[in-house]
Design a protein around this ligand. Structure first.
Ligand SMILES: NC(=O)c1ccc[n+]([C@@H]2O[C@H](COP(=O)([O-])OP(=O)(O)OC[C@H]3O[C@@H](n4cnc5c(N)ncnc54)[C@H](OP(=O)(O)O)[C@@H]3O)[C@@H](O)[C@H]2O)c1
Length: 261
């Protein structure tokens, strides 16, 4: 019998989270899949089941609302499910100058990317610690390393995620629970459209395939690696962000976020 059987994935209906769920399903893990829209969630749940997941439990939740994480945890407890892999994948951003985005949208991004992520991790990681086994995957970003004008709140949440992850990696060393940060190349998903960033320079690049990114994250997670940086451009950006001044890093990042005509 393998060490882990039940995986909870937030944002399993699209992009990287969807591709991760397919990999776990094909390897016959039980799945708890979370996103906002019931119909889509049930459609993908059927697909994951057909791919090989013995049990797929869909949970409709809006993680941009306080209390959603506790509600998800309660539902899995009521089902008697012991989640031993947590994938904190759901995330969103909003393109624009800080003074031109709405405060409601900014705060909902912080709740989704940061507060709900912390809350889910608090609930499930502490259970994993008691069991002395577990794996957690955190969706970081190149934005974790670089302040990003025109995507400022998103970038700050991703810096938070990486800092938080690195602290947990240290705290959980030797406990049987590991935490992995996945740092993807810019990837061909719905992210840019939803963030009103489809016309930015970065979104015109040859974007990575979400299936490839998911495969790298999946393998790194199961091996208990600390970080998985997925491609040469993102690796180069990480190095540059350690060499250049903060002002230069922000200026380079801004160029990628400018709208192209
Ligand atoms: N794409 C990239 O270039 C890139 C690069 C670095 C990091 N990332 C990170 O990768 C993660 C996945 O993004 P993606 O690129 O795969 O984007 P995506 O295709 O837009 O997928 C986002 C997923 O999160 C779910 N979600 C969004 N808001 C939610 C909410 N309030 N409550 C619950 N679920 C919610 C979405 O489902 P519903 O909308 O159906 O609820 C969807 O399943 C994010 O954390 C993102 O920051 C992406």
């Amino acid at each position: 019998m393998r060490d882990y059987d039940t995986v909870l994935i937030t944002g399993a209906t699209s992009g990287i989270g969807y591709e991760l769920a397919k990999l776990f399903a094909a390897d016959k893990y039980n799945l708890v899949v979370v996103s906002r829209f019931e119909r889509t969630l049930h459609e993908v749940a059927e697909q994951f089941h057909a791919l090989g997941a013995p049990n797929v439990f869909p949970v409709v939740a809006d993680l941009s609302i306080a209390g959603a994480a506790a509600n998800i945890y309660q539902q899995t407890r009521l089902q008697g499910m012991e989640v031993n892999i947590l994938i904190n994948n759901a995330g969103a951003g909003e393109h624009g100058l800080f003074c031109e985005t709405s405060i409601e949208r900014d705060l909902s991004i912080v709740q989704l990317n940061v507060s709900s992520m912390i809350h889910l991790t608090k609930l499930y990681a502490c259970d994993m610690l008691r069991q002395k086994r577990g794996r957690i995957l955190q969706l970081a970003s190149i934005a974790s390393y670089q302040p990003t004008p025109l995507l400022s709140v998103y970038a700050a949440t991703k810096a938070f995620i990486l800092s938080f992850t690195d602290s947990l990696i240290n705290e959980l060393e030797g406990t049987g629970v590991t935490v992995t940060a996945l740092i993807p190349d810019p990837t061909r998903t719905d992210f840019f459209r939803k963030a009103h960033a489809a016309q930015t320079k970065v979104a015109q690049n040859d974007l990575a395939d979400p299936a490839d990114i998911a495969r790298i994250g999946y393998e790194a997670l199961l091996q208990g690696k600390h970080h998985a940086v997925t491609g040469s451009s993102v690796k180069a950006d990480v190095i540059m962000s350690n060499i250049l001044s903060r002002e230069s890093v922000a200026s380079r990042a801004r160029k990628q976020m400018e709208i192209v005509s």
